[in-house]
Design a protein around this ligand. Structure first.
Ligand code: ADP
Ligand code: MG
Length: 287
């Protein structure tokens, strides 16, 4: 059992008394504990962040039930299991995670989360150093203040802190937001490699359909607080995705163009330029 939602609703209190905003409505969802790469997409305000904040019990449902690694979560706070074991299982990379850096040195910052989860100083240091290697942080910055780093490096350090305690599932709320294309690619490749090498389930919120199409396999579309699509990425872009204000990934636009110009029938199961090149080569050698 990974993460399961059953009829989950969440309402925030409004500004006026007795006023409320229903941010997610009747969500049913199953996410496997390993090996999934799920993208969550939809317009701003569609409920993406609210949805994922339930996944490690940062928010509790207003109604409905959740099961997170066999911990049952209900609307009633006092009935719920301890939150720490849940948060250890499901790591959460917030938007702009670098805003949460606070320690004097990079190394201390990366060690902070593992220590919260019960590792002693030595163990935390070992985990931090392993993570530093894993994601390619230059060891010369470990003794520096995190506040003197570039934006991209700061984000990497903040993410390292979460990776260091080795959660089973990682939730990433717009992890490339505000980064330049180079930094965005680097961070996404890091997550992808961890997903591939350690079979970790990744849950990614992104507005960038190119990133979604390249890395995810399954896509969940949120619209007005409701889950309106949950399936394979290839299938999403054969549906009425326009209705949800989503843009077709560039690679699919290119495939459409080639198909229309050359009367080919290249499928949407090409996820990168390399894939497309191989498909084209196969067509031309068969001709
Ligand atoms: P998304 O991440 O897709 O942009 P959110 O989950 O942040 O969507 O927001 C969904 C809805 O809930 C929006 O209408 C938003 O204004 C509202 N909302 C989000 N957070 C709060 C909050 N802390 N208090 C009140 N309303 C909120
Ligand atoms: Mg959001």
């Amino acid at each position: 059992m990974g993460i399961k939602f059953e009829g989950v609703n969440h309402s925030y209190d409004g500004i006026k008394k007795n006023d409320y905003v229903t941010a997610i409505k009747d969500i049913n969802l199953n996410i496997e504990p390993t090996n999934e790469f799920v993208a969550i997409v939809g317009q701003t305000g569609s409920g993406k962040s609210t949805l994922v904040q339930h996944m490690n019990a940062l928010l509790l449902p207003t109604s409905g039930t959740m099961n997170i690694f066999d911990n049952i979560i209900t609307p009633k706070k006092n009935k719920n299991p301890k939150l720490k074991p849940i948060r250890k299982k499901v790591g959460f990379v917030f938007q702009f995670p670098e805003y949460q850096l606070f320690e004097e040195t990079v190394l201390k910052d990366i060690k902070f989360a593992p220590k919260i989860f019960g590792y002693n100083d030595q163990e935390a240091e070992k985990l931090a150093l392993e993570t530093v290697k894993l994601i390619g942080i230059d060891e010369s910055i470990l003794t520096k203040s995190p506040f003197n780093l570039s934006g991209g490096q700061m984000r990497k350090v903040a993410i390292a802190g979460i990776l260091a305690y080795n959660p089973d599932i990682l939730v990433l709320d717009e992890p490339t937001r505000g980064l330049d294309p180079f930094g965005a690619k680097e961070i996404m490749n890091t997550f992808y490699n961890i997903h591939k090498e350690q079979n970790k389930t990744m849950i990614l919120i992104s507005h960038d359909m190119d990133i979604v199409y390249k890395y995810a396999t399954r896509v969940i579309v949120m619209n007005n607080g409701m889950k309106v699509f949950d399936g394979k990425k290839e299938d999403l872009f054969k549906t009425n995705y326009h209705e949800y204000h989503l843009e077709k990934p560039q690679i699919l636009k290119t495939i459409d163009y080639i198909n229309s110009k050359l009367n080919y029938n290249i499928g949407y199961n090409n996820y990168s330029e390399e894939d497309l090149f191989d498909s084209l080569k196969a067509v031309s050698t068969n001709e």
